[in-house]
Design a protein around this ligand. Structure first.
Ligand SMILES: NC(=O)c1ccc[n+]([C@@H]2O[C@H](COP(=O)([O-])OP(=O)(O)OC[C@H]3O[C@@H](n4cnc5c(N)ncnc54)[C@H](O)[C@@H]3O)[C@@H](O)[C@H]2O)c1
Ligand SMILES: [Zn+2]
Length: 379
C-alpha cells in the first residue's frame, strides 16, 4: 500500500464483451451469429414469459433457441439451479441466454457450469470444492439496474434447507456477452427500482473504499456513484424517464466492473444474513447498513472519502451519509428490524453471521461491538 492507500501493483482485465444500447435486445441474432451459437436455452421467469419479453428474445434470435426454462425464484435456490442444469443437459443446450434480474442471471451462471457435470450445485455451494472449468457460453440480458451480475464472476445462491445464502465465485461464471438494453428496465416498479438502485450505490461505494481498491476500480466506482446520486431519485419517481433509466443501467454495469475486482465489504457482508434470516430483498438489505458504515469509515484511507464526498457535491462525508439516509426514507425502504421482534439470541446469531469474509475488506475493522451497537438501534 502506498501512502494514500492506493495499491502500487494492480491488474485489470475483463473477459465479458459488453454491448450498451437502448434497443440492443433486437440485435441478439447478430451476437449469436458472430459467436456461431445455435441451440440454446433461454433462462427467465414466469413474469417475462407473461409480459412477452421472453417471446421477443425468441423472435429476435431467429430460431436459435430450443426452449425456455422459467422456474427461477427471486434469491435463486440451489434447487432452481439443479432444475435448470437438468434442462440444459436433457436438451443438449449449446449456450444459455439469461433474461431477467440478478436472480435469473445468477441461476443461469451456475447452471451453465454445473450442467457439464452430473453433480448438484450443492457440491460446490459454500463447500470450498472447486467448480470444473467446463461451461456453456452465457449471454446475459439484465432487466434490472442493480446487481451488475452480467459482468461479474459471482453467483449468489440460497440453500433453503440449510438457511444459507452465499456467493460462489468462479472465472467460469463470466458471461461471454452482456447485452444492456435500458428499455427493458422501464417496467421495473418504483420500489424495485429503489432497491436495485441502492445495490448499485453499495457496489460503487464498497469498491471505492475496499482495502483492495485500485485506480481503475476507484474510477469505475466513483463514476457509478455519481450517476446514482444524479439519477436514482428520478428513476424511482418517473419510471419512464429514459435518461434516468439509461444512466442507472450504465451505473449498474460500471459498478459491477468495479466490485468484480475488489469484491464487496461490510454492507454486503451484513446483507446476506439480513436476507436469509428476515427475507429482506438484497438491495434493501445492503441499504440498511451502508450509511452506518459510511459514517464508521469516514476518516479512513487518508481522508479520500472526504474528497469523494466533495466531488459528489456534498459538503462532507456526513452530508453524503445524511443524503443516503434521506433517500432510504423517501423511497420507503426498511431502516429498522422492529417488525421482526428480534430477541437477544437472534441478535447474537445475526452479529455472528455478519462476519462473512467480505467484512475483512472493509477499510476499518468492524468489531462485534460496532455491530451490536448498529443493530441494537434497529431492533
Ligand atoms: N452475481 C452478482 O454479482 C450479484 C451482485 C449483487 C446481487 N446479486 C444477487 O442478485 C439477486 C437480486 O437481483 P435483482 O436485484 O436484480 O432482483 P431480482 O432478479 O430478484 O428481481 C426482483 C424482482 O423484480 C422483478 N423484475 C425484474 N426485472 C423486471 C422488469 N424489467 N420489469 C418488472 N419487474 C421486473 C423480478 O421478477 C423480481 O420479482 C439477489 O439474489 C442478490 O444476492 C448478485
Ligand atoms: Zn449487491
Amino acid at each position: 500500500m502506498a501512502d494514500h492507500g492506493i495499491m502500487d501493483v494492480w491488474h485489470y482485465n475483463h473477459p465479458t464483451h459488453i454491448i450498451f444500447h437502448t434497443g440492443a435486445m433486437k440485435r441478439i441474432a447478430r451476437v449469436l451469429e458472430s459467436q456461431n451459437l445455435d441451440g440454446g436455452v433461454l433462462v427467465s421467469t414466469p413474469h417475462f414469459v407473461k409480459n412477452g419479453y421472453a417471446q421477443a428474445v425468441l423472435d429476435h434470435s431467429e430460431g436459435r433457441i430450443l426452449t425456455v426454462f422459467s422456474d427461477v425464484e427471486p434469491n435463486p435456490t440451489v434447487h432452481n439451479v439443479d432444475a435448470c442444469a437438468k434442462v440444459l443437459r436433457e436438451t443438449g443446450a449449446k449456450f444459455v441466454i439469461a433474461l431477467g434480474g440478478g436472480s435469473v442471471i445468477d441461476c443461469a451462471k451456475a447452471a451453465a457450469t454445473v450442467c457439464t457435470t452430473n453433480d448438484s450445485i450443492r457440491v460446490y455451494h459454500g463447500t470450498g470444492v472447486e467448480l470444473p472449468e467446463t461451461h456453456l457460453p452465457l449471454i446475459c440480458v439484465p432487466t434490472t439496474a442493480g446487481t451488475g451480475s452480467e459482468v461479474t464472476a459471482v453467483s449468489v445462491l440460497s440453500d433453503p434447507e440449510l438457511d444459507k445464502k452465499a456467493p460462489i465465485s468462479s472465472k467460469n461464471f463470466y458471461p461471454t456477452y452482456a447485452i444492456i438494453d435500458a428499455e427493458l428496465t422501464f417496467s421495473v416498479p418504483a420500489r424495485v427500482t429503489a432497491i436495485t438502485g441502492f445495490d448499485v450505490l453499495c457496489h460503487a461505494m464498497e469498491a471505492f473504499w475496499n482495502v483492495d481498491h485500485q485506480p481503475i476500480c476507484d474510477a469505475l466506482g466513483e463514476y457509478a456513484l455519481g450517476k446514482v446520486f444524479e439519477n436514482l431519485r428520478t428513476a424511482v419517481a418517473h419510471g419512464n424517464d429514459s435518461h434516468a433509466r439509461e444512466r442507472m443501467a450504465e451505473a449498474s454495469v460500471i459498478a459491477g466492473l468495479a466490485f468484480n475486482r475488489t469484491k464487496t465489504t461490510s454492507a454486503h457482508a451484513c446483507s446476506y444474513p439480513l436476507t436469509s434470516m428476515f427475507h429482506i430483498p438484497h438491495g434493501e438489505a445492503c441499504a440498511m447498513t451502508i450509511d452506518h458504515f459510511l459514517r464508521i469509515n469516514k476518516s479512513c484511507q487518508d481522508g479520500r472519502l472526504e474528497k469523494l464526498a466533495k466531488r459528489m457535491f456534498f459538503s462532507s462525508v456526513d452530508a453524503m451519509a445524511d443524503d443516503i439516509t434521506a433517500m432510504k426514507q423517501e423511497f420507503g425502504l426498511r431502516t429498522d428490524l422492529k417488525d421482526f421482534h428480534v430477541d437477544r439470541k437472534t441478535l447474537d446469531e445475526l452479529v455472528a453471521a455478519c462476519h462473512h469474509p467480505n467484512m475483512l475488506l472493509n477499510p476499518v475493522e468492524i468489531t462485534d461491538e460496532m455491530l451490536y451497537d448498529m443493530f441494537g438501534k434497529m431492533i
